[in-house]
Design a protein around this ligand. Structure first.
Ligand SMILES: NC(=O)c1ccc[n+]([C@@H]2O[C@H](COP(=O)([O-])OP(=O)(O)OC[C@H]3O[C@@H](n4cnc5c(N)ncnc54)[C@H](OP(=O)(O)O)[C@@H]3O)[C@@H](O)[C@H]2O)c1
Length: 277
């Protein structure tokens, strides 16, 4: 039987805090306004700041029919995605995403180099140490964060100094991994997923900020959410002292009323801050 709400207009909290969303940012090749909107907040966790950026469909899908998030996003998402990459020191991804999305060595988004004139690094998180083929070639290998089980395959794929072993066996200590990145001067971490890595980062209370784009597409049943993994209480050994569920604070909300071709759209782009749990 469906649950019946007993709330009536008299018992609901007053809705005097609702604000219409009306933020329009004209095209700007240098993206100074967007960069200011996404400027660092006060660092709260010492060595580094972790900002996660994810896109979801209106009905919560983390990927589209082709198994990739690229089929969900649009010009508005792309615009913020570029700015977030321009502001980061390092992009952190799970190996599953690196494989599914075909990651290669990263460049600063063209035209936005002025926002942080330093190379953009990539760090791949993997238990297996399996580095996608596309990241094995070229002269800019990623950092590979892995446990001792993944060390040998990772060292076979990228130079040894890029392999960061942070944990025994198949385990990976994400806190130690982030500290190792910070020790290399990579303090502004942009976590681009995927859902399993984001689940682990959230469960370990390592996410300072969650940027979520919601695009106006209904994908239907099938794909997972932007966060995956067992509930923390079902894996207490790995997630002792979890702070989930937790509240977030909206820093800002952008709204793209139209897509690039002027077709009706309605993408929203939210920047949420997660207070320390
Ligand atoms: N909607 C979005 O914004 C978004 C963003 C990114 C990805 N995606 C989509 O998400 C799907 C992939 O999901 P996924 O959950 O498999 O992605 P994922 O988290 O990137 O990949 C999972 C793999 O990453 C490694 N990994 C993740 N967390 C780890 C941890 N704590 N310690 C050690 N290794 C860890 C493991 O690699 P090994 O197997 O090598 O051990 C694991 O099998 C794709 O369809 C992708 O397109 C969506």
């Amino acid at each position: 039987m469906a649950a019946v709400s007993t709330a009536t207009p008299d018992t609901l909290p007053p809705l005097d805090q609702l604000v219409p969303v009306a933020r329009r940012l004209p095209p700007d090749p240098r993206e100074e306004t967007l960069a200011a909107l996404y400027a660092d907040e006060e660092p709260r966790r010492g060595a580094c700041t972790v900002r996660a950026n994810m896109v979801a469909s209106l009905d919560g899908a983390a990927w589209g029919a082709d198994g990739r998030s690229g089929s969900l996003n649009d010009a508005a998402d792309w615009r913020v995605f570029r700015v977030l990459r321009a502001l980061a020191d390092v992009v952190l991804v799970g190996a599953g995403t690196a494989r599914a999305e075909g990651y290669r060595a990263l460049d600063r988004p063209r035209g936005l180099e002025h926002l942080r004139p330093a190379p953009l690094e990539l760090a791949v998180v993997t238990r297996s140490g399996r580095v996608p083929e596309r990241l094995r070639v070229g002269d800019r290998p990623p950092f590979v964060l892995t446990g001792s089980d993944g060390a040998a395959p990772a060292r076979a794929a990228v130079p040894a100094e890029r392999v960061v072993v942070v944990g025994p066996g198949g385990d990976l200590d994400l806190v130690a991994g982030l500290a190792e990145l910070a020790r290399r001067g990579l303090r502004r971490v942009l976590a681009e997923g995927g859902p399993s890595l984001l689940g682990d980062l959230l469960a370990a209370d390592l996410v300072d900020e969650l940027c979520v784009t919601t695009t106006p597409r209904v994908v239907g049943p099938g794909p997972g959410r932007i966060v995956a993994g067992p509930r923390p209480d079902a894996a207490a050994e790995n997630h002792a002292g979890t702070v989930l569920p937790r509240d977030a604070r909206l820093v800002h909300l952008l709204h793209a009323p139209q897509d690039r071709d002027d077709s009706p759209a309605g993408t929203t782009l939210a920047r949420w801050s997660l207070p320390i749990g």
